[in-house]
Ligand binder design. Structure first.
Ligand code: G4P
Length: 286
């Protein structure tokens, strides 16, 4: 049975203290290198297109053409992804869905980006130079590796080995500025979203609390997927902690005395969501 304390915890906001100091430095690095490129490619997580965006990206990109790629679209709800693409297009930011894990949408990227540059009136031919930016774990390395194949040189982060920007040649006259374009996400408003997807490491968060919150959100947004995955009924009546307990029971995650192992269950739920096992889910809708 749930006690009153747990129910109260469900409504509390999760406090995430996380702001890597190097990100400000990266923002400066992005600005400094902007004159070298024709276009800025911003990778967003298709499951959380708002939370994974950098609030000052428009300012950072200045007058350079900017293209948004909604990565991890294999894990997101395709109807929501379409809505997000239309939303960005309405703001005159060309956007498309990609999936760097399976390679879906990758062939269309180069023509799409070239078209965006031409439309912006900045350039019509020659080598196209791109800068890739995005929050940690959004898929920047996967994207560059996909486009560049084996042509990417490994940069090593150890003393004596030069680390910093370098150009990577991709096919069809494309060059990618390979530098750590790691942006700070909107952590203050969207910490929970970033934690659900794993953009913010679990080590800085209480996973039981996080999973309970996540289940509450799932119960609201995707009740059918949730009930199918964990064979749960009465989803709408339950708190996040109750849902977590029920999922733990269904999976036989018990500790001595028949109590549920919420710690283990919370890791299971979050891992399964991140791996796409709950289905295709977009946590932010327009
Ligand atoms: P980063 O450079 O922006 O930090 O991200 P990175 O490419 O390292 O990707 C972070 C994780 O996201 C990796 O998983 C990567 O495989 C996964 N990923 C990237 N793009 C996609 C995508 O479009 N769809 C899906 N489903 N996953 C994607 P990992 O678990 O850290 O490593 P691994 O699974 O590749 O071993």
């Amino acid at each position: 049975m749930m006690n009153e304390n747990n129910e109260k915890q469900n409504t509390k906001n999760i406090n995430i203290h996380w702001y890597p100091g190097h990100m400000k430095k990266t923002e400066r690095l992005i600005q400094k290198n902007l004159p070298l490129v024709d276009v800025v490619i911003e990778l967003l997580d298709a499951r959380i297109p708002s939370a994974s965006a950098n609030p000052v990206m428009a300012l950072l990109a200045g007058s350079k053409p900017r293209v948004i790629l909604l990565n991890k679209s294999d894990l997101a709800d395709s109807a929501s992804t379409k809505e997000w693409i239309a939303h960005f297009a309405a703001k005159s930011i060309p956007a498309m869905a990609v999936d760097c894990k399976n390679g879906t949408g990758l062939k269309e990227i180069i023509p799409f980006v070239k078209n965006a540059i031409i439309k912006s009136g900045r350039k019509s031919g020659g080598i196209m130079r791109m800068m890739i930016v995005g929050i940690p774990n959004v898929g920047k390395s996967s994207f560059i590796n996909r486009l560049a194949g084996g042509r990417r040189t490994k940069t090593e982060d150890r003393p004596g080995v030069t680390r910093g920007k370098q150009w990577v040649t991709a096919a069809n006259g494309v060059e990618i500025l390979d530098m750590p374009g790691v942006l700070a996400p909107k952590i203050e408003q969207s910490g929970e979203m970033l934690a659900y997807t794993g953009a913010v490491k679990d080590t800085v968060i209480d996973t039981v609390e996080l999973a309970a919150k996540f289940l509450e959100l799932m119960a609201e947004m995707y009740p059918n997927l949730l009930s199918m995955r964990y064979k749960l009924d009465e989803i709408s009546e339950s708190t996040g902690y109750e849902l977590l307990e029920a999922a733990a029971r269904k999976r036989g995650m018990l500790i001595s005395g028949g109590e549920t192992d919420l710690e283990r269950a919370s890791i299971m739920v979050l891992d399964e969501f991140r791996a796409g096992k709950l289905g295709r889910i977009t946590l932010e809708r327009l």
